[in-house]
Design a protein around this ligand. Structure first.
Ligand code: NAD
Length: 473
C-alpha cells in the first residue's frame, strides 16, 4: 500500500480536490476529538509560534528580502514584531476571552441565568497575500488557534520564499494534526475552496474575494474578507506640514514601496497648498531615500514583473504621463520604480479608477477641503481614510461623513497597531474584522445559553388560554 501511494504521489504530486478533501477529513476528525479545544493546546501552539519567530528570525528576514527586497528593519517592524505582539497579547488575554460572558435575563425567563459561550467553529481556511506574506499569514492563524480551531493556511504563490518557509516552519514547530500549510496558486486554492470549511478568512483583491465568497456560499460557510481599495489622505493647510509629509511618506513609499492595503493611495488638498505640499514631499523623499531612490536599500522592490508592468502602464497612460511632477524613473531589471508624484490627473484615468498598490501618488486639488468628501464618497468605500488637520469641526465631519474600514487623523497606518481596534473593511474593502480580541471572535461562534431550573414553573404560558390568562396581556 505504501509503495502504491508513493507511485501515485510521484505520478500526481499536485495538490488536487481529492487531496484537499482528505486533508479536511483528517483535520475534522482531529478537531472532533476535542484536541484543539483545550486552553492548554491553544497556549502550547501560540508559544510554539513565539519560539519559531524567535529562533528563525534570520530565515524569515531573508525570505522577505528574497520576495520583496524588504529591508530588514522594515521586515522586523511591520511583520516579525507584529506576529510576536499578536502572540503575546493572545497569550495574555486568552483565558479571559474564553470565559463565558454573563448577560442579564428578563422577567419572562425568571428564574434563570444566561451566558454567551465562545466555541470554536471547526476546520477553517486562511488564504493569504504577498505584500506582508509573513504577518498576514500568521496573524489570522493566531486568531484561529486562539479560538480553538483546526486551520489550513494557503500563503501566496507570489511570495514563494516566504510561502515555502512558512510551510517548513509550521510543520517543524506546530501540531501537524490540526495546523497545516498548503502551498500553491489558483488551482490549489480552487481545490481548497471546493471543500466545506467552517470559516474562511481571505486577504487579497476584491476580484478574488468574490470568487471566495461564491465558493463559500455553496456550503453556507461564513467569510471574513480583508480586501483593499483607494485610501485617501486629505491634507489641510493649518498643520505642521513637515510632520504630515513625513507621515504620508511613511504610509506610502517607506512601507513596502506603496504595496500596502492601507497605504495612502492618493492625496486631496487645496489648490493653494498643493505647490508647498509637493515641495515638502520632494524634500523629505530625498532625505529618506537619497537623490537616486532607485539605488536606495531602504525601499522594497515591486513584487513581480506583472505588477511592475501594471504600474508602468498607469504612469504612462496618455492623459497621465504629462501630469508627473516628480520622480517615476524605473529600473525594470531590478523591478524598482522611484517615488512618483502626479498633479491633477483626470478622474477617468486608470490611476484614479484602480487601487494603485505601488509608489505612485496622485494629488487632486479642490477649492475647499469639504469638496474632498464628495470625491471620496464617489468611489467604493476604502479600507482606510486619513485626514491631516487641526480643525476640530473638519475632524468631526470627516468621521461622520466618510465611510471607510478604519480612519486615522493626523497620521497614517498606525491604527492597525491598536489591538483594541477592529481591522477590516466595509463595502468593497471587505467584511468582518480581526486583530486582538476581534481575531478570537472572528473564529468563534457566540453560542447563546440560557439556564433554568425546575422551580417557579409559571402556568400562565400553558394552554388552556383561559379568559383570566388573556386579561394579563
Ligand atoms: P489576489 O487576490 O490576487 O491573491 C491573494 C490570494 O488569492 C493568493 O493566495 C492567491 O493564490 C489567491 N488567488 C488568486 N487568484 C485566485 C483565483 N482565481 N481563485 C482562487 N484563489 C486565487 O490578491 P493580491 O494581488 O495578492 O493582493 C492585492 C490585494 O490585496 C490588494 O487589493 C490589497 O489591497 C489587498 N490586501 C488587503 C489586505 C487587508 O488586510 N485587507 C492586506 C494586503 C493586501
Amino acid at each position: 500500500a505504501t509503495l502504491s501511494l508513493m507511485v501515485e504521489m510521484e505520478e500526481n504530486p499536485k495538490f488536487d480536490a481529492d487531496k484537499a478533501a482528505s486533508l479536511v477529513k483528517e483535520l475534522r476528525k482531529n478537531f472532533n476529538s476535542g484536541r484543539t479545544r483545550s486552553y492548554e493546546w491553544r497556549v502550547s501552539q501560540l508559544k510554539s509560534i513565539e519560539k519559531m519567530v524567535e529562533e528563525k528570525e534570520r530565515e524569515i528576514t531573508e525570505a522577505l528580502h528574497k520576495d520583496l527586497s524588504k529591508p530588514a528593519f522594515e521586515a522586523y517592524i511591520s511583520e516579525i514584531s507584529q506576529v510576536k505582539s499578536s502572540c503575546k497579547s493572545a497569550l495574555k488575554e486568552l483565558s479571559g476571552w474564553m470565559i463565558p460572558e454573563k448577560v442579564k435575563t428578563s422577567l419572562t425567563t425568571y428564574p434563570s441565568s444566561a451566558e454567551i459561550v465562545s466555541e470554536p467553529l471547526g476546520v477553517v481556511l486562511v488564504i493569504s497575500t504577498w505584500n506582508f506574506p509573513f504577518s498576514l499569514s500568521l496573524d489570522p492563524v493566531i486568531g484561529a488557534i486562539s479560538a480553538g480551531n483546526a486551520v489550513v493556511l494557503k500563503p501566496s504563490e507570489i511570495s514563494p520564499a516566504t510561502s515555502l518557509l512558512l510551510s517548513k516552519l509550521v510543520e517543524e514547530y506546530l501540531d501537524k494534526s490540526a495546523i497545516r500549510v498548503v502551498e500553491g496558486a489558483v488551482d490549489e486554492t480552487t481545490s481548497l475552496l471546493e471543500q466545506k470549511w467552517d470559516k474562511i478568512l481571505y486577504t487579497g483583491s476584491a476580484r478574488v474575494g468574490r470568487i471566495v465568497m461564491a465558493a463559500a456560499a455553496k456550503h453556507l460557510t461564513p467569510v471574513t474578507l480583508e480586501l483593499g481599495g483607494k485610501c485617501p489622505a486629505v491634507v489641510d493647510s493649518n498643520i505642521d506640514l513637515q510632520v504630515a509629509v513625513r507621515r504620508i511618506i511613511a504610509g506610502k513609499w517607506a512601507l513596502n514601496s506603496g504595496q500596502v492595503c492601507i497605504g495612502v493611495d492618493y492625496i486631496i488638498t487645496t489648490k493653494d497648498l498643493a505647490p508647498k505640499l509637493i515641495n515638502s514631499l520632494k524634500y523629505e523623499l530625498e532625505q529618506f531615500f537619497g537623490k537616486d531612490p532607485l539605488q536606495s536599500k531602504d525601499m522594497s522592490r515591486i513584487v513581480s514583473s506583472s505588477q511592475f508592468a501594471r504600474l508602468v502602464k498607469m504612469l504612462d497612460e496618455d492623459k497621465v504621463s504629462d501630469k508627473v511632477v516628480f520622480g517615476g524613473q524605473r529600473d525594470e531589471s531590478q523591478l524598482r520604480i522611484a517615488p512618483a508624484i502626479l498633479l491633477d490627473v483626470p478622474e477617468d484615468s486608470q490611476i484614479m479608477q484602480e487601487e494603485i498598490f505601488g509608489p505612485l501618488m496622485p494629488i487632486l486639488t479642490v477649492e475647499n477641503l469639504e469638496d474632498s468628501f464628495e470625491v471620496i464618497n464617489s468611489k467604493p468605500k476604502p479600507l482606510a481614510a486619513y485626514l491631516f488637520t487641526n480643525d476640530e469641526q473638519l475632524k468631526k465631519d470627516f468621521v461622520q461623513k466618510i465611510s471607510s474600514g478604519g480612519m486615522l487623523i493626523n497620521d497614517t497606518i498606525l491604527h492597525v497597531a491598536v489591538d483594541g481596534l477592529p481591522f477590516g473593511g466595509v463595502g468593497e474593502s471587505g467584511m468582518g474584522a480581526y486583530h486582538g480580541k476581534f481575531s478570537f471572535d472572528a473564529f468563534s461562534h457566540k453560542k447563546a445559553v440560557l439556564y433554568r431550573s425546575f422551580t417557579g414553573d409559571a402556568s400562565v404560558r400553558y394552554p388552556p388560554y383561559t379568559p383570566g390568562k388573556q386579561r394579563l396581556l
